[in-house]
Design a binder for this molecule. Structure first.
Ligand code: NDP
Ligand code: MG
Length: 280
């Protein structure tokens, strides 16, 4: 792949030295970023409303959660790790007016920035660091000495310093141990939304349902069951293997040529917790 990938040696935590990072929200991503950054020696404040299990968890983890506006005021770098659908309102009410010139405003999904729901004030750069995995994995991989690969993007007018802060942040949460790919807000938003909404929550589920209904209607699953019960499947499978499994191997070779397998192989190399052994 032609994309630029950054690793630990390309990122310097010194870019975060003397700076305070506010993690707004202590949910899936928030609890992982806050703890990983702290373990990496970064000064972290947590912005989390009281009265919820996430507030108690932040306290249990040794943080002293502040209201979102206060956490923003204390920080140089502010990462909004709230659900995407509430970010814009909370930004306008509690974050925007507490940002200072020179601060960096961060997110881990480009939705609100790309679609114009969040606009940074002048002299505040926008930065995206998005681990490509759920928060519990971002934390557990980090603790195990590994890291979830991620994406990094800055807006066109952001400074080189902001990009270096992004790399340091990605290192602080463990992403550069896996590899961080440079992208744009638009690309991250489109690929993440399409993968999640169309493939993961859309087509995958619908395909299983439609496939099941179509096949059952056509008597297919019944036929497969009969073939298993009357020994047809077993006989064919035994004969296939006696002959050195030519049909099975040919099919596997064919499937491996599909672009999704070729790209997938490259990406899995970045994910240390996946064993990408090829079975011949
Ligand atoms: P969660 O839903 O896990 O986090 C919710 C956090 O936001 C909680 O701390 C919650 O507090 C707080 N919150 C929710 N509603 C409000 C509100 N109205 N006012 C104040 N606080 C509120 O979010 P995620 O970690 O899943 O997502 C955060 C960002 O990370 C999003 O931009 C998402 O797209 C991105 N992302 C998520 C990934 C994932 O796997 N989850 C992967 C990569 C990126 P309370 O407990 O009080 O409700
Ligand atoms: Mg998403």
């Amino acid at each position: 792949m032609a994309a630029t990938i950054y690793y630990d040696q390309d990122a310097d935590l010194a870019a975060l030295q003397g700076k305070t990072v506010a993690i707004l929200g202590y949910g899936s991503q928030g609890h992982a970023h806050a703890q990983n950054l702290r373990d990496s020696g970064v000064q972290v404040v947590v912005g989390q409303r009281p009265g919820s299990a996430n507030y108690d968890l932040a306290v249990e983890h040794g943080f002293e959660p502040l209201p979102i506006d206060e956490a923003t005021q204390q920080a140089d770098i502010v990462n909004i790790l709230l659900p995407d659908e509430v970010q814009a309102d909370i930004y306008r009410e509690h974050i925007r007016d507490n940002l200072q010139p020179g601060n960096v405003l961060m997110c881990s999904h480009g939705f609100n920035v790309h679609f114009g729901q969040i606009e940074a004030p002048q002299d505040v750069d926008l930065l995206l660091v998005a681990p490509k995995g759920p928060g519990h994995l971002v934390r557990s991989e980090f603790v195990a000495g590994g890291g979830v690969p991620g994406l990094i993007a800055v807006e066109d007018d952001a400074s080189e310093t902001t990009f270096q802060i992004g790399l340091a942040y990605a290192k602080g949460i463990g992403c550069t141990r896996g590899g961080v790919i440079r992208t744009s807000f638009a690309e991250e938003t489109e690929t993440d939304l399409f993968g999640e909404q169309a493939v993961l929550c859309g087509v995958a589920a619908e395909l299983v349902k439609a496939g099941f209904e179509t096949l059952v209607d056509a008597g297919y699953l019944k036929r497969v069951l009969e073939e298993i019960q009357d020994g047809t499947f077993a006989r064919n499978w035994i004969l296939e293997n006696k002959a050195g499994a030519p049909g099975f191997k040919a099919r596997r070779r064919r499937e491996r040529q599909h672009p999704v397998e070729i790209v997938g192989k490259e990406l899995r190399k970045l994910m240390s917790w996946i064993d990408d052994k090829v079975v011949e």
